[in-house]
Design a protein around this ligand. Structure first.
Ligand code: F6P
Length: 282
């Protein structure tokens, strides 16, 4: 299964890179399922992915962050693919990095059914992480992806990426974020989940948090398209991921395809601190 997904996502990444590299990224009148105004670019990237994934006969169903409903591809296929075509797309006009995220599930949606996960980051360079049994980094050069190395996180990092609006954080969450800064952690937050997590993965570790907030009790980030794919990658790379409530984020049941969850990704040390703080304040 791996090769066809790897090859297809590489083709998609090259097409999306070309789509981003235009003068007018125009806003459409449409909103996506999360109520965000869709860029024509979001819609275009969604269609590129739909077109390429539809060629894989082993795919049963796809679900996109930009589509309200899931879409049947092939009744006899076994894979369910959830994707966020262009995460952080509002950052394109200011020329910050953005990404595409893919979660590959077998049999049905749900974290425990995930068999592979992948994301592409479009920055000064185009890079991809594909994880199945290992998290592998690929770099786009001369229109071809080349394998660079396997990604492994250290036990402890020194980057802190705290998401959400501070005035809506719980007091214990703020104390925890501050405690990392007091330990010497450095702030690294661009507002794009893909580059922010990519930085933590490639620099050896740290913490990315998007907690439950007073205005968003279920967090902001979407489980199928964002949370599970990154949780899968962080765990395979020797780090960890939790939602602050359950013991294992990968044991959560699937509800709505656009359902969200609080989430924390990091190396082992930072996640153990989050677990301890959140258990104390539950
Ligand atoms: O998917 C939404 C997203 O753009 C993520 O890429 C990013 O991590 C997050 O929202 C940023 O949210 P906020 O601006 O609330 O910190």
């Amino acid at each position: 299964m791996k090769d066809i997904f790897l090859e297809t996502i590489q083709t998609i990444a090259i097409r999306i890179k070309d789509a981003i590299d235009v003068k007018d990224i125009g806003y459409s009148q449409q909103e996506n399922s999360s109520g965000e105004t869709q860029l024509q670019l979001d819609i275009q990237c969604d269609l590129i992915i739909e077109e390429e994934l539809s060629k894989i006969t082993s795919i049963h169903t796809i679900a996109s962050e930009e589509k309200e409903h899931e879409m049947l591809i092939n009744e006899s296929g076994k894979y369910y693919v959830a994707y966020d075509p262009l995460d952080g797309s509002s950052l394109v006009d200011v020329n910050l990095s953005v990404g595409s995220i893919f979660g590959i599930y077998e049999g049905d949606w749900g974290a425990q059914n995930m068999v592979a996960s992948c994301y592409v980051v479009y920055g000064p360079r185009v890079e991809m992480i594909f994880a199945q049994t290992k998290a592998k980094l690929f770099l786009l050069q001369n229109n071809e992806f080349e394998f660079v190395k396997e990604i492994r996180l250290n036990e402890k990092g020194n980057l802190n990426a705290p998401g959400g609006t501070q005035q809506n954080w719980a007091p214990y969450h703020k104390e925890m974020v501050d405690s990392f800064f007091n330990e010497g952690y450095r702030l690294r937050y661009s507002g794009g989940m893909v580059p922010d997590l990519h930085q933590i993965l490639l620099k050896g570790g740290g913490l990315f948090s998007y907690p439950a907030t007073s205005d968003r009790p279920d967090g902001k980030l979407r489980k199928l398209f964002e949370v599970y794919p990154f949780a899968f990658i962080f765990k395979i790379a020797g780090g960890d991921a939790i939602d602050g409530i359950n013991e294992d984020i990968m044991s959560l049941d699937h509800d709505h395809i656009h359902g969200t969850s609080p989430c924390f990704f990091g190396s082992k040390y930072e996640i153990s601190v989050v677990k301890e703080v959140y258990a104390r304040n539950r």
